[in-house]
Design a protein around this ligand. Structure first.
Ligand SMILES: Nc1ncnc2c1ncn2[C@@H]1O[C@H](COP(=O)(O)OP(=O)(O)OP(=O)(O)O)[C@@H](O)[C@H]1O
Ligand SMILES: [Mg+2]
Length: 278
């Protein structure tokens, strides 16, 4: 199983949209066994796959979420009745991914994740990697995609530590582009401090309008940059309001009647596979 984090510290650049739809394409077009992990407390990837009511019921029935992974030690909990007590966390065998019904599985996120951010120094950063090592032993998945939050948080660090690769989605505008050097700096620092060895699986331009100058300038900048030219994907995620409109109603790019959009996306998925599976 190869593990790939989708990262960018710039918010709203299409990380989640790319992560969810690549998982979907890999499953449907490439027969890959895919696990998607949402480590963003905003839980947008989760919202794309679990509708409001379904999600509430899922949580009420103690369905697995990313919190179970980060809570993989005895966590102190305070009960009004019993006072402070130790709450047993779920064993790895009981942390079972959710079947999305689209052929791939999901470890959903939840807002509660924020609470763990405040408990540093307990090896939190390594828990996702440890859990994925357990999952690897089961040999149920070919590819694991991790959707990261847009912050250099413990969640992003955990994802990088657990990953073989990271993929950078970026809008082609100048502000987003200047953020990439900052992102590279953060990744370099995480590599030095945590010894993670994840490699770049490329740079995908998102929310793209092909005939605009801003896109053409971005392509020429990246393809001439000694640092980025080998990472830039030629196909891009086209800007389409239908993607945004349908996102919370279970609409995926593969379902949208738009051959240009689907063709580009299919090419992105091919290139992604080539880069992460060789
Ligand atoms: N190709 C596209 N065309 C049109 N709208 C898009 C496209 N990709 C994403 N969007 C919209 O842009 C917004 C941000 O996308 P998305 O949530 O995927 O970004 P993100 O980088 O994951 O954001 P965050 O940093 O908050 O996690 C969403 O409303 C989404 O529907
Ligand atoms: Mg997101």
């Amino acid at each position: 199983m190869v593990v790939v984090s989708f990262v960018n510290m710039k918010g709203g650049v299409g990380k989640t949209t790319l992560a969810v739809n690549i998982a979907d394409f890999l499953t449907k077009r490439n027969s890959k066994r895919v696990l998607l992990i949402d480590v963003d407390p905003q839980f947008n990837a989760t919202q794309c796959l679990l509708k409001g009511k379904e999600y509430v019921t899922y949580l009420e029935n103690s369905g697995t979420t990313i919190v179970d992974i980060f809570n993989y030690t005895k966590a102190a909990s305070v009960s009004v009745v019993e006072g402070t007590s130790e709450k047993e966390s779920k064993a790895y065998n009981n942390i079972i991914p959710y079947n999305t019904g689209r052929g791939f599985d999901l470890i959903p996120s939840q807002l509660d994740l924020f609470r763990f951010e405040m408990a540093p120094g307990q090896g939190t950063e390594n828990r996702l990697k440890n859990y994925l090592n357990h999952i690897k032993e089961q040999d149920e998945y070919d590819i694991c995609i991790i959707d990261c939050p847009p912050t250099p948080s413990v969640w992003m660090t955990s994802a990088l530590i657990a990953s073989d690769y990271y993929l950078i989605p970026s809008k082609p505008d100048p502000i987003s582009m200047t953020g990439l050097d900052l992102l590279e700096g953060i990744i370099k620092e995480r590599k030095e401090n945590y010894g993670c060895g994840c490699k770049c699986a490329g740079l995908v331009l998102t929310v793209v309008e092909k005939n605009t100058n801003v896109y053409k300038e971005a392509v020429s900048y990246f393809s001439e940059s000694p640092k980025w030219k080998s990472f830039l994907y030629e196909p891009a995620v086209l800007k389409r309001t239908n993607i945004a409109k349908g996102q919370l109603n279970g609409t995926f790019i593969i379902d949208i009647e738009d051959s240009d959009l689907r063709r580009q996306f299919s090419l992105i998925t091919q290139e992604f596979l080539k880069r992460v599976e060789g």
